[in-house]
Write a protein that binds this ligand. Structure first.
Ligand code: ADP
Length: 474
């Protein structure tokens, strides 16, 4: 089973969100199951070649793009901590300057410049395949970045696309794509003068899957389909949902070097030190009787800020501490800043940056984790939170529905609310405050979360089955 896994993000080389985590954890799990899987990404400017040793294996390969000949080089590295090979394509003009996206949160995916980067990456992958001795049977594409690959790939390759988030589609003006790729318009499925990369992936991939069972069903509806529900409907029998796992070696409270004190479900009291030290570094009162509510993630509408900010405003009257780590939409940064400044500067800590070390400290020191998403394909933060003993407060949608089980004594691992509105979220927050006063209940909740098996193994087996289906039945 030879698979080329094509991704726009890959941890730890270049990470913005969950796609990077999945790209770093799923291939090693498939490798363990016997697949010869290799990853290919752009060699972005931010990738530190001092930190990640790499070797140039191909140079000066020509790629036609926008009517011009461009040269690319191919580097080879090993995914840290494992044996999976990573290919990195270098090209100064389109791929190798700066970070992954023009924006901080992937929302720039419809820009012409973004098309140039990922359109160029797509055709470069195909050129690399012409020059590489190793040949995959399957090209595993991910999200809009690689949306045109299933359409453009020669038919001897089988293709599968994983949709990590349907909201980001790569919607480009038709003439931009047509002039860059020098292809006949007839092979595309333009809509309102636009070619939509993710739509092409949906219509052209051998198989399609998304990152939870619940989201696979939701995206067939108008509410969650982001305008692509009818296209997905035509591919319904080839569409499936496989829940993401976590890299349980990386996200491991027993060994994590980013946290203040390691702990496990068997010595959970050691966790308290993480809370105390987190309070200290954030400038909070060092009081173990005050619950900390944490959030880590992209600041986007998806993550629920429109209900979270007003709900927090009411909550902060209570004895609470709130820490937010994230970057993205400046609008939400301003709203959060205004609200923190207005009232309760000492109780809320805002950190508008990307900081993996701080993220781990928040997971290990918070009591509760805020996941009020409007929609959530899978979501990793609730799983990481649970693994580190923080109790998620989550809306029942997408992957949150599949992973967070509402606490009804003695079962459950989180607090779940149904509707995307302030009232339901506030009720959930109040329930959290009540549970916080009943230490035994809280301990049960923490332990239930920490006991869940979040490893990739089960899910990787399902991907393996999809690969088999692609090879043997298509
Ligand atoms: P999404 O894929 O929608 O961004 P997920 O919950 O699936 O959301 O994954 C988010 C991942 O990115 C998690 O590993 C989270 O810890 C990490 N992350 C997001 N924002 C930050 C940040 N500002 N600093 C550190 N890690 C972050």
């Amino acid at each position: 089973m030879k698979v080329l896994f094509v991704s726009g993000e890959l941890a730890p080389f270049a990470k913005v969100g969950g796609l990077a985590d999945v790209a770093a954890a799923l291939p090693p799990a498939l490798f363990e199951l016997g697949a010869d899987i290799r990853i290919i990404i752009p060699r972005y400017g931010i990738i530190d070649s001092g930190k990640y040793p790499m070797e140039k294996i191909l140079s000066g390969i020509e790629v036609e793009f926008k009517g011009e000949k461009n040269k690319i080089n191919l580097f080879q590295a090993v995914l840290p901590g494992g044996s999976v090979m990573v290919y990195l394509i270098e090209n100064e003009r389109y791929l190798s300057k700066g970070g992954v996206y023009l924006s901080e949160d992937a929302s720039s995916c419809g820009n012409e410049a973004e098309f140039e980067r990922f359109g160029f990456f797509t055709v470069s992958v195909l050129e690399i395949l012409k020059n590489l001795e190793w040949q995959p049977q399957i090209i595993h594409c991910n999200d809009w970045h690689t949306g045109l690959l299933p359409l453009l790939a020669p038919k001897n390759f089988r293709t599968i696309t994983t949709i990590h988030n349907l909201a980001y589609q790569g919607r480009y003006r038709e003439e931009i794509v047509l002039s860059a790729l020098d292809k006949d318009k007839k092979i595309f499925h333009p809509k309102d003068g636009h070619i939509i990369a993710l739509r092409e992936a949906i219509l052209n991939s051998g198989l399609i899957n998304t990152v939870s069972l619940a989201y696979a069903k939701e995206i067939l509806t108008e509410e969650f389909g982001c305008g692509l529900e009818k296209d997905l409907e035509t591919r319904k029998k080839d569409l499936s949902g496989i829940l993401n796992g976590l890299d349980i070696n990386l996200f491991n409270p027993e060994t994590d070097t980013d946290i203040f004190r390691n702990f496990s479900v068997n010595n959970i009291s050691a966790r308290e030190e993480n809370k105390a030290r987190l309070q200290k570094i954030l400038g909070f009162a060092e009081d173990k009787n005050i619950p900390i509510f944490g959030f880590v993630g992209r600041l986007t509408e998806q993550k629920g800020f429109d209900i979270l900010i007003p709900a927090l405003e009411e909550m902060l009257g209570e004895n609470t501490q709130i820490v937010i780590l994230g970057s993205g939409d400046k609008n939400y940064e301003e709203k959060l800043t205004a609200f923190a400044r207005k009232n309760f500067a000492a109780k809320i800590s805002l950190n508008f940056k990307f900081d993996t070390g701080l993220a781990q400290k928040i997971y290990s020191g918070s009591d509760f984790f805020l996941v009020p998403s409007r929609f959530e394909p899978c979501g990793l933060i609730q799983m990481i939170a649970m693994r580190y003993g923080a109790v998620p407060i989550a809306r029942r949608t997408g992957g949150l529905r599949d992973t967070v089980i509402n606490y009804i004594e003695p079962d459950g691992n989180g607090i779940v609310f149904e509707k995307y509105d302030i009232k339901d979220l506030l009720e959930a927050l109040k329930k959290a405050m009540e549970i916080y006063q009943e230490k035994e209940k809280l301990l049960i909740l923490r332990k239930n979360g920490m006991a869940v098996d979040f490893s990739w193994r089960k899910s990787a087996m399902k991907y393996f089955e999809l690969y088999q289906k692609l090879i043997f039945t298509r």
